[in-house]
Design a binder for this molecule. Structure first.
Ligand SMILES: C[S@@+](CC[C@H](N)C(=O)[O-])C[C@H]1O[C@@H](n2cnc3c(N)ncnc32)[C@H](O)[C@@H]1O
Length: 224
């Protein structure tokens, strides 16, 4: 049986209100453009638009659709054209591609860039291939690195998006955030965390806001 992915995408979008996700036009356009079926393992291709995490390599998961959309929404990372994004936890590369659509849509003036770090080498390779195959390599750089240390080479960042749960907020990520930048990270223990939004004011003080309960795989690395 062959799947009509375009119809499946529209079906998922129509159900997002159950997760309390309010879609902007730009979020909707980004979601419709990025082919999630190209970022899942071939055996899960037919389930690409089921709104659930799916296994990828290395015992990790591609996040559920509503979760990646919450990250790119105005209440969380609020990405804008021209922003420089650091993503910690590339996984499949799917979220990085969605960020690319938000900060560097094709043909825009002054495009931003997405740096996406993955600590597991086979996943970094998987994400890189997915990004290249889907045509995002000019806007997304995938690197195999410990993202808990951030990426000082391209800092400071307008947005730091962490897709794995830390016991605390890694200090290097706060240091590498721009004034008025936004850091979104799940913080807590195994199985249950709070999704935290951290902003930095011009005095360098940080302000924290709890965006609600989530369940992510653990952040590993030096500052996890
Ligand atoms: C839920 S998955 C991310 C899903 C991804 N956003 C996607 O669209 O497929 C979390 C990822 O974070 C990675 N990770 C955990 N700790 C990390 C670290 N310190 N640096 C970089 N990646 C890390 C895991 O290996 C895993 O691939």
């Amino acid at each position: 049986m062959s799947y009509d992915f375009e119809r499946e995408k529209l079906r998922v979008l129509s159900r997002l209100r159950y997760h309390g996700v309010t879609l902007t036009e730009r979020m909707k356009d980004a979601f419709l453009k990025v082919p999630r079926e190209e970022f899942v393992l071939p055996k899960y291709r037919d389930q690409a638009y089921v709104d659930t995490p799916l296994p990828i390599l290395g015992g990790q998961t591609i996040s559920a659709i509503h979760m990646v959309l919450i990250y790119i929404s105005p209440v969380a990372c609020n990405p804008k054209i021209g922003d420089t994004v650091l993503e910690v936890g590339a996984g499949s590369g799917y979220q990085a591609a969605l960020f690319a659509e938000m900060v560097a849509p094709e043909g825009c003036k002054d495009p931003g860039h997405v740096y996406s770090l993955e600590i597991i080498p086979e996943l970094a390779e998987f994400a890189k291939k997915n990004i290249e195959r889907t045509g995002y390599a000019d806007r997304v750089t995938i690197l195999c690195k410990d993202g808990s240390k951030g990426y000082p080479e391209a800092a400071p960042f307008d947005i730091i998006s962490v897709a794995a749960a830390g016991r605390k907020i890694p200090k290097p990520l706060i240091e590498q955030l721009k004034v008025n930048g936004r850091l979104v990270i799940p913080v807590g223990r195994y199985f249950y965390q709070e999704l935290m939004l951290i902003t930095k004011n011009k005095e360098g003080d940080i302000v924290k806001k709890n965006l609600g309960g989530v369940a992510f795989v653990p952040l590993t690395g030096e500052y996890a």
